[in-house]
Ligand binder design. Structure first.
Ligand code: BGC
Length: 486
């Protein structure tokens, strides 16, 4: 260990308490997203977003709640800054609400109050030495655009680039870290089509997720080029956020090893390959697989749309950094013999079965376990896949309601250790953002699941923020790291 420390110190990387290895410039942060915390759903010119619509008009939210008030962050900038200060973070990752900034969806009509709100937030962050990392799109587009087909509409590429331009124009003098999109995989596959279940059609289960991926990648690339062509002087960095749950082969048979790799290619590679691989485009494995399945199912073309040569070039290389969201791990085995190949669905295209080890510490949400070694493997996989692009861990966290959140503390320590180990192995990781600063609207789970380091009392109109035990722990890690690096 000490050898490692000496070696790393020579390269300007310092060792701090707890066995972690973080550089002087390593960024510690916390993250949130607009729809999950802001509330003020129809105030001061904001229009209905697609998630307002889902919450108001469907039965998809477990507790039938909505984002009308949420943490009321729209009215509580000072309270949010206060808790960020209490944690002592260097940076805050938040997202912009598209329907708050462009209520009609298009850039011909900008809502001055939307601009005012984010200006105030950014100014106050900076005044408190907290660097903003801004996600332009974290799943809440205006419902008016959903009526035009949402992300299955190829014109979203232009609408998104126009929206991004408005963001760069108004905030880019102060914001230097931009993430265009959050977790396209989750969004395209599960978030806007009713988790695939309630709608259950070929269009939504087997076609829409690929149309969405195709459009989102082009939209991301266009926004990236808008920045580089029109705002290069602002000297910021533009990337995107991908999620990578870790898939570990259940056995070491070739079939299971291939299945785990296939799963990663469909979840992560489908977005990462077009941007980071030398030859760009969707991964060959994904293209071949969907083309073969589509043929078997009597489609005349693959359900996965193709990129033109020009689009491939346009998308390749469009990230100055990669944001990685990671939460949990699964064991994966091959399910090729169990699926009905004639039923078109994205799950059948992947053909894997996932399980967990019952001895892994469980969180309050069914899919999340405390498996730090999976995070380490995911980080090393990302390092190799992207040729070691600079990475920010833009989300990582545990779901636990208890105020004395020992499970979250255990998870935080273990996962930070994995980050530190990956850095020691050469991974280019620049920062870590805990998800989440506050309890918030957890999409289909409503307010039934809590990810916050700060607890929110939703029955109190003033939405008090109360520190959980993990606040002290994270605060100490940040403080000691910075102290030791002086
Ligand atoms: C999303 C967050 C979400 C978190 C926990 C991520 O997929 O970006 O919005 O709250 O996971 O489910």
């Amino acid at each position: 260990m000490w050898e490692k420390i000496v070696f790393l110190s020579l390269f300007g990387i310092s060792q701090v308490f707890g066995g972690y290895v973080f550089s002087k410039d390593f960024v510690f942060g916390a993250a949130t997203a607009s729809f999950q915390i802001e509330g003020a759903w129809n105030e001061s010119g904001k229009s209905e977003g697609c998630w307002d619509h889902i919450a108001h008009y469907t039965n998809e939210i477990d507790d039938h709640s909505n984002g009308d008030v949420a943490c009321d962050s729209y009215h509580k900038i000072d309270e949010d800054i206060k808790v960020l200060k209490e944690l002592g973070v260097d940076s805050y990752r938040f997202s912009l609400s598209w329907p708050r900034i462009l209520p009609e969806g298009f850039s011909n009509k900008v809502n001055p109050d939307g601009i005012r709100y984010y200006n105030e937030l950014i100014d106050k962050l900076l005044a408190n030495n907290i660097t903003p990392l801004v996600t332009i799109y974290h799943w809440d587009h205006p419902q008016s655009l959903q009526l035009l087909g949402g992300w299955t509409n190829p014109r979203m590429v232009e609408y998104f680039a126009d929206y991004a331009r408005v963001a760069f124009e108004h905030f880019g003098d102060r914001v230097k870290l931009w993430a265009t999109l959050n977790e396209p995989k989750q969004f395209c596959k599960e978030m806007i089509w009713g988790e695939g279940k309630s709608l259950g059609s070929v269009a939504l289960d087997a076609v829409a997720p690929y149309l969405c991926a195709h459009t989102l990648l082009k939209a991301h690339a266009k926004a990236y080029h808008v920045y580089k062509n029109e705002f290069a002087k602002q000297n910021g960095k533009v990337g995107l956020v991908l999620d990578i749950p870790w898939s570990d082969p259940l056995t070491n048979t070739t079939k299971d090893i291939e299945a785990a790799n296939r799963d990663l290619e469909f979840m992560f590679g489908i977005y990462a390959h077009p941007i980071f691989a030398k030859d760009g485009d969707f991964p060959k494995l994904v293209k071949d697989r969907v083309a073969n399945m589509s043929k078997l199912q009597s489609f005349r073309q693959s359900r996965l749309p193709e990129f033109t040569e020009e689009e491939i070039k346009e998308i390749r290389g469009t990230a100055d950094f990669l944001g990685i969201n990671h939460y949990s791990t699964n064991y994966v085995n091959d399910a090729s013999d169990e699926i009905d190949v004639l039923t078109p669905s994205t799950d059948n295209d992947v053909a894997v079965k996932k399980t967990v080890d019952p001895s892994w510490p469980a969180s309050d949400i069914f899919w999340l376990y405390d498996v730090p070694w999976g995070f380490y493997k995911a980080l090393m996989y990302v390092k190799n896949y992207t040729n070691n692009i600079p990475v920010y861990i833009t989300e990582n966290g545990f779901c636990e309601e208890a105020l004395d959140d020992q499970g979250r503390i255990h998870y935080l320590n273990g996962y930070l250790q994995s980050v530190s180990d990956a850095i020691s192995e050469g991974a280019n990781i620049l920062g870590y953002y805990a998800w989440s600063l506050l309890d918030n609207f957890e999409w289909h789970r409503g307010y039934t699941k809590r990810f916050g380091m700060f607890h929110i009392n939703y029955t109190d109109p003033s939405r008090p923020r109360t520190a959980r035990s993990s606040v002290k722990v994270y605060k100490n890690i940040i403080y000691n790291t910075k102290l030791n690096n002086l």
